[in-house]
Design a binder for this molecule. Structure first.
Ligand code: AMP
Length: 282
């Protein structure tokens, strides 16, 4: 497995390949787990070469404490990638990714997507995500790039950006990988105690409950209220939002949308850790 730390070494690696060889990119922030594994396996299946990037991107963190405490496990990650058969790993420094001064940074505004859910609660988050994903797609120039449905709104932001900028990469969505309890795998779960992990599983249990009620014909206001009551009544969960959106444009829903695919999305703190999750109802 090739270890790449700057732009020119990535370019050397990609330019040396045979012209017909297709590249898949799996962008991550490291502390790799079975959720990342699903993305890597999809890329290894579809492409001749897979490049995984590991970069804890400071511009997408609105909370300095969250950035500082984000788990960093490079040695484990490199072994993990070697074992799965990844061809190369790109793990740049901040200086490589952001050579310009902070004040010079480009800002991206995703309109409606920036104003709801994660965009509303994490100011500047999607600008940072857009910036770093744009940089990674330009550096690697993959045929395909893989993203998890765990970050459903991020996927919508990236699809919008790739369309607007005519970026010639296919964006592939990969389903959420969960623990047996239903808790969605996340690098941040490393910061949860055993007790907190049990509590955190309530997020998915509540999403499932809402999905079942909605599928059974329940009125959306009632379904959402029941979900809110369930989560607010749970000691140890500090809810940020529980919402239903229309998948095709991320409009917040207040009424049933029979003809549309709908997603229930949740964000909450369990202890000091902010978690997000979602379920899609089609
Ligand atoms: P992260 O390292 O948390 O930034 O995640 C890197 C990529 O892995 C993103 O596209 C995430 O959506 C995806 N991912 C993270 N956790 C999961 C999971 N439990 N299941 C599927 N994909 C995931």
């Amino acid at each position: 497995m090739k270890l790449l730390q700057d732009v020119s070494s990535v370019r050397n690696f990609t330019q040396k390949r045979a012209p017909e060889q297709e590249i898949g990119l799996v962008p991550t922030m490291g502390a790799l787990h079975q959720g990342h594994m699903a993305l890597l396996k999809a890329s290894l299946r579809d492409n001749d070469l897979t490049i995984c990037s590991i970069y804890v991107n400071p511009t997408q963190f609105n909370n300095p404490d969250d950035l500082e405490k984000y788990p960093r496990t490079l040695e484990h990650d490199l072994n993990f990638l070697k074992d799965v058969g990844c061809d190369a790993v790109f793990f740049p420094s901040n200086q490589v990714m952001y050579p310009e001064e902070g004040s010079q940074l480009l800002q991206l505004n995703f309109g409606h997507l920036d104003k709801i859910l994660e965009g509303q609660h994490r100011s500047g988050h999607f600008s940072g995500v857009g910036l770093v994903v744009n940089k990674l797609l330009n550096i690697v120039q993959p045929k395909r790039a893989y993203f998890g449905q765990k970050d459903l709104q991020q996927l919508a932001v990236i699809r919008q950006m790739v369309d607007e900028f005519f970026i010639p990469a296919e964006i592939i969505a990969v389903p959420i990988v969960r623990e047996p309890s239903g808790l969605a795998l996340s690098s941040r779960n490393q910061r949860l105690s055993t007790e907190e992990k049990k509590t955190a599983a309530q997020l998915y249990q509540t999403l499932l409950y809402a999905k079942e009620q909605y599928k059974a014909g329940g009125d959306l206001t009632t379904v959402k209220q029941q979900a809110l009551n369930r989560l607010n009544g749970h000691l140890g969960i500090q809810l940020e939002y529980f919402e239903a959106v229309r998948m095709r444009d991320f409009q917040l829903l207040i009424d049933r949308m029979e003809a549309d695919t709908v997603a229930f999305c949740v964000a909450a703190y369990v202890g000091e850790v902010r978690l997000i999750d979602n379920v899609v109802v089609s």
